[in-house]
Design a protein. Structure first.
Length: 332
């Protein structure tokens, strides 16, 4: 992209970071009327960079490499250009996807869910056994909310919430399985050991609906944004993270949450086909629970809406059953 066009921009406005990382995002209107999103990486204000030890913006290097050219046709990205400024901090210029980007309130239809999971399976298949360089270590991603790592950032709202959520965990998940989940959340080492015994591929690392878009001009495709946590690991770790953080957003919303979870798992098995490793799926779902179980505990104990508290209480029983099945594999 011609950087002079950015200098000659006729309008700039901040963009809400729905991912809550603290990243600096700006919508820039160029002289020709087109718009782009400018993302600046600054560890002084970007919480994810602080949590992962990213001092420059790994995403810039990732897109300067061979990642874009290796993406399968069903997976798109938004990056137009990237560089490091005079202070050595990353800058990305991205297409402005507007309302195509999903939000925390978007309801994902069954067809969109299938498109989403099929595209993710395509991504994993394209990079199986051969991942790009410069990825975030899997240990960093899996252990993102380990209390021993996050306490130094306890003054950050989301970190404080995660610490409080894990304190609630014994109350909402009493019993042997709940205890094992908490042990793994506090020390993800056994999960990592299990991951190293499974097939490895490229993971988006932060597979959430707010990092996705369905572009009307590209039916059947999924656009993924915010690749800062891209890592290498078992394919189902992406699936576990998606379901743990976003299952409540998948429709039909009049169906029981556990039925929706079962349907999502079945859909993933179907679209992944022979690539779906059953043991890997079990461990992937467990990893999702150890990553975001604190959020479930918070919702059960503190959410203002009784319906949400009940939904999450019922869903947690499903997750604990998945954890029990994962523990039964003997991999952890």
């Amino acid at each position: 992209m011609d950087r002079a066009a950015l200098d000659a921009a006729v309008g700039r406005s901040p963009v809400n970071d729905d991912g809550r990382s603290g990243a600096t995002l700006e919508r820039v209107t160029l002289a020709d009327g087109s718009r782009v999103i400018l993302k600046r990486f600054d560890p002084a204000v970007d919480l994810i960079m602080q949590m992962t030890g990213d001092e420059r913006g790994r995403e810039v290097d990732l897109f300067a490499g061979d990642l874009p050219g290796r993406l399968p046709p069903s997976v798109r990205h938004a990056v137009l250009d990237g560089w490091y400024d005079e202070d050595g901090r990353g800058v990305l210029v991205m297409r402005d996807l507007g309302d195509a980007v999903l939000s925390w309130t978007s309801v994902v239809t069954p067809q969109q869910a299938r498109t989403m999971l099929a595209a993710v399976a395509d991504l994993h298949a394209a990079f199986e056994g051969s991942v790009p360089e410069g990825l975030t270590p899997l240990s960093t991603v899996v252990g993102l909310f380990e209390p021993r790592r996050t306490r130094r950032l306890a003054d950050q709202p989301i970190v404080g919430l995660s610490l409080r959520g894990w304190e609630y965990w014994p109350e909402v998940a009493p019993g042997e399985v709940g205890d094992r989940v908490l042990e793994l959340a506090l020390d993800t080492g056994p999960l990592l050991a299990a991951a190293h015994r499974l097939s490895t591929t490229l993971l988006h690392g932060d597979l959430a609906t707010v990092n996705m878009a369905f572009e009307p001009d590209h039916p059947g495709c999924l656009t993924l944004i915010d690749w800062g946590l891209a890592t290498a690991g078992p394919a189902a770790f992406d699936v576990g993270r998606l379901l743990a953080g976003c299952a409540q957003l998948f429709g039909p919303t009049d169906r029981h949450v556990t039925e929706r979870l079962d349907t999502l798992v079945a859909t993933y098995r179907d679209v992944a086909g022979a690539s779906c490793d059953e043991a890997g799926l079990r461990i992937g779902l467990l990893s999702g629970l150890t990553w975001l179980g604190w959020n479930k505990a918070l919702d059960i104990v503190e959410h203002d809406d009784p319906a949400v508290r009940e939904r999450e209480r019922v869903a947690l029983a499903w997750w604990l059953r998945q954890a029990e099945l994962a523990l039964a594999t003997g991999l952890v």
